[in-house]
Design a protein around this ligand. Sequence first.
Ligand code: MN
Length: 511
Amino acid sequence: MDRESVIEAAATHYSENDVLELDHAISVATEAHHGQKRKSGDDYISHPLQVAATLIDWGMDIDTVIAGVLHDTVEDTEIALEQIETLFGRDVAFLVDGVTKVSRARAGMRNLDSYLPQTTDNLSKLLIAVGQDVRVIIIKLADRLHNLMTLSKMPSDKRVKIARESLEVFAPMADRLGMGRVRMQIEELAFSYLDPAEYKKLKNLMKQRLGKSTRKLGYIRQEVEAELKKNDIAFEMDGRVKSIYSLYKKLKKVDGNIDDIYDLMALRIIVESNDDCYKVLGILHALYQPMIARIKDYIAVPKPNGYQSLHTTVLSKNKQIVEFQVRTKTMHEYAERGLAASFHYNEQKSSDSYTKKKPGATSLPPNLQWINELQEVASHLKSGEEIPRDQLFVDLFSDRIFVYSPSGDIYNLPEGALPLDFAYRVHSDIGYHTYSFQVNGAIHSFDKPLKNGDVVEVVTRKNVKPKADWMELVTTSHARDKLRSQLNKQESGGIFASAADILQGKAFRKK
Ligand code: MN
């Protein structure tokens, strides 16, 4: 990537002043990295330039792009953060600082197997940076993507480490942010380095299969197109091919039998409105026999990362199984770009918009609530204090579920979360006075995990207080954090949880 291409790309999206400032940043970074080389032999500056180009492509705001250009300067050159602040302002400096901290945290994460104290401390820094401004992680993803693309130049031991870390940390992170396209790019590259033989084998298998099914799909596609036109529906249709890594994961689930995988290639129909999505679904089901168990309404009930679409798998007249995905343009945009879709080139946002100092003062969608939560937990950490590593993994990388309050408010929790996690998420006072739970209208014990889609009602009693053994009945850092401080307060006030209290707690848990 060269300077001219970056400036040219920027000129079509940002104001003249913004482009001048970007140009200035490129001069500063070029000077700072002067003489440094990438493992490929290229001048080092080619890397931050590529990161900036990627961020422009993702439609990020100019501060993020400038921070992308400067992202390795504080870590790897003589430039100090203060200089960046003087030259480019507080927000750019904040972002560069965040990325620098994440890089250091990453260095710690590579040693996850050997549990060193500084490891979790580094991870805490990562949390703080991500919690304070999600743009930090978006820059990190652009950085990681380019490092993966140039990974073949690295020595093989480093290659495996970086590829594994990408699969275990960065791909789930992209997924969590709803950035489907980036997640897939990271997974494909990382997997091709981790298991080159398997990657090649599956790629060939896919090629053979697709050759056959593309021809057969052509007829179905025409049939559907004609029917949609007859119904006056404006649409675009294309074929989406399953990624090699997701094929690999799916094959493991079906004992390696590729004939059991129905969505190697799916037909994707993009329409104008939600109504049209359901109309198209109706048309498809009138045309072909749907497989009932495979109808998914992710519009009414989005996936926990915010993904929306209708999915259906049908049996064509000549007994071919075809998957369809139906969504609006907005849904499609979100599925591909996720969080990044909420940024628009010229719309300036300051770091303050992403720094959630007060709980509840959030503008992030429900599926991104975890970002605020991490921020809050991190802000309670005293210096030197750490969140246990296992806990961090629950918070950061586990799958997520959605649960609802009886009034329909939606809450995003890690998979395996217990009812008390929910109570504390709603409000720490609710957690404090929890007497029992009703889930989907039925009594639910304290130690039974919640499931996606559960409606959870917390029954509170004024005279109930938290018990010490509740610590075993929460899984999220957030709930743990709140509960611990409540227990400490009780203790310092001389009110110890009595044996009777604990017994009572156990008694109603069995109800
Ligand atoms: Mn970098």
